[in-house]
Design a binder for this molecule. Sequence first.
Ligand code: PAF
Length: 279
Amino acid sequence: MKVVHTIRDLRDQMRGHDKVAFVPTMGNLHEGHIKLMRTAADYGDPVVASIFVNRLQFGPNEDFDTYPRTLTEDCEKLQANGVYCVFAPLEKEIYPVPQDYRISPPHDVADILEGEFRPGFFGGVTTVVMKLFSCVQPRVALFGKKDYQQLMIVRRMVQQFALPIEIVPHETVRAPDGLALSSRNSYLSETERAEAPWLYAILKSVQTAVQSGEKNLVQIEETATQQLSKRGWKPDYIAIRKRSNLQRPTAEEVIAEEKLVVLAAATLGKTRLIDNLEI
Ligand code: PAF
């Protein structure tokens, strides 16, 4: 497996490959990432991963400085799972000058849910994803459904810019107790780790309520939010939305059984977790 740190070396490695399957990451890889790498091999050849902690998508009070950087361990895992090349640039390689040209995703999808609580997040994500796509030039790129809103926004960006890249969603990978795997789970204390699966449990209860015909979605969201708060979490949102555009469904759409998803973000101790479940 080749580990390259510059765009020039990456392009040398990519020469002659027109079916690349790409998995962008910020490193600190867990089993969820590894499953993405293995699935990527079904969609293209070779598999290329990137590891880059992207400053543009972190807010001023977020964990950019402390985000775990574990390149050696990450590369061992990638090598063991059939990845052909890892692009692990330094910050000055991706942002040699201030990144003044940026992607600006539309407000209706980028300033709701995660975007409301992390202003500028999706602008930062789409800008780096566009840049990584331009460096790697993949045919296919895989994104986990745990970051549901990110997946939707990247997909729309690819459509609107007519990028010749197929975006493949990957199911969220969960621990046996239901907790969605995430690099940030490593911030949880032992007690918090034992509590953390409640986020998924509450999403399941929302799913059950909707599936059993309950039509008052606001009430369902409020009950779920109160349940989490009572357990000591600080919920940012628990929101039942249309899968198609993440907007609230109208009463008519609920009756017509529009396809829905429930998305949640909540802080446990000092760790902010997100998760979602299609209904
Ligand atoms: O999902 C992530 O890990 C990041 O948002 C991504 C897509 C690698 C962009 O930095």
